[in-house]
Ligand binder design. Structure first.
Ligand code: DAH
Length: 340
């Protein structure tokens, strides 16, 4: 009786194990047969009713049945785990022949492209590129450039003050003073950077824009050095057939001073919408460094002379890429920026 029961439990268990499709189904079988209240456990509990001489034999049979069921459970489990692993490996295969995903790449801003071209030109002429502070002392921005308190040029460049004598620089010209104060001569430098003015935004103005300052100080530097250098610069930047014109002007820190125009590269000087019918386009301010400016920075104007210039970077970018509104440079609309 007990042996028949044992036999049917074992057969049922093995069949259920074979049919189990997943690990939790196997576990259910284990609990139903071998668990605390499992069928085989019940058989063992019934041993007390078995005649004493029969017990060892029955006990051995129960143990054997349990061993077989456990073995079957273990094998089924291993098989399932192996199949699951295989499945995963198959799913995770990498097809190395698939084309790679492309990450969208940005590119340089038109201002940066123009700056790098400008730097290349001056580095090619032996200039060093230096940087100056955007937050500046009144002394460097005005005073040391011959613009004392109450000078009308200070009014023209109204700006943002941090405190009484600390401000956001209105021009990169202060870098000239920093460079001269280092006391290393000769000087041949350009200094690009951001400047600030309390200007309303329109097509040609912005409260923050960029300039590139230039300064050469050495013995026997003359106005013809200035002209030769800037003519070369204009030709490299706008094309070899570019004509250049110097108009007398006034800057407090240079004497004499001039503004430089280039022949319109669009109409070659005939006059067009681009140059407003003039045939010429103004691109920079320049001049011979004022002796008093040299002196204030500790350079003897009897021994040394120099020339300086200041270029508006946005103006160069707008001209080179024929952009008619400066605001486009700052809006960061990628439909616009992607064109350069
Ligand atoms: N700093 C001047 C400005 O912002 C530009 C300039 C003119 C710079 C003549 C110079 C210079 O170095 O020599 O308008």
């Amino acid at each position: 009786m007990i042996m028949d029961n044992l036999q049917s439990i074992q057969e049922k268990a093995l069949k259920q194990i074979e049919e189990a499709g997943a690990l939790d189904a196997l576990n259910e079988v284990r609990v139903a047969i071998l668990g605390k209240k499992g069928e085989l456990t019940n058989v063992l509990k019934g041993m007390k009713d078995v005649a004493a001489e029969e017990r060892p034999k029955i006990g051995a049979l129960v143990n054997e049945a349990r061993d077989q069921i456990e073995k079957a459970l273990e094998e089924a489990k291993e098989k399932m785990e192996a199949a699951a692993l295989n499945d995963r490996l198959k799913r995770e295969t990498i097809d190395v022949t698939l084309p790679a995903k492309k990450n969208p790449m940005g590119h340089r801003h038109p201002n940066t492209i123009a700056l790098e071209e400008l730097e290349r030109i001056f580095i090619g002429m032996g200039y060093e590129v230096v940087e100056g502070p955007e937050v500046e002392k009144d002394y460097y921005n005005f005073e040391a450039l011959n613009i004392p308190e109450g000078h009308p040029a200070k009014d023209e460049q109204d700006t943002f003050y941090i405190s009484g004598d600390i401000l956001l620089r209105t021009q990169t010209s202060g870098t000239q003073v920093h460079e001269m104060e280092k006391g290393r001569l000769p000087i041949k430098m350009i200094s690009p950077g951001r400047v600030f003015r309390a200007d309303e935004v329109d097509a040609t103005h912005s409260p923050s824009f960029h300039q590139v300052e230039g300064l050469v100080v050495d013995k026997n530097i003359s106005f013809s050095d200035l002209k030769g250098t800037l003519v070369e610069f204009a030709r490299k930047l706008f094309g070899e057939d570019t004509k250049v014109k110097f108009r007398p002007h006034h800057f407090p820190f240079t004497e004499p001073s001039a503004e430089m125009d280039v022949s319109c590269f669009k109409c070659k000087g005939k006059g067009c919408r681009f140059c407003k019918g003039e045939g010429w386009i103004e691109i920079l301010g320049c001049g011979m460094v004022h002796p008093h400016v040299l002196e204030m920075s500790g350079i003897d104007p009897k021994e040394y002379t120099g020339f300086a210039f200041g270029v508006g970077l946005e103006r160069i970018a707008l001209l080179k890429y024929e952009i008619d509104d400066m605001r486009l440079l700052y809006e960061n609309d990628i439909r616009f920026l992607n064109q350069f």
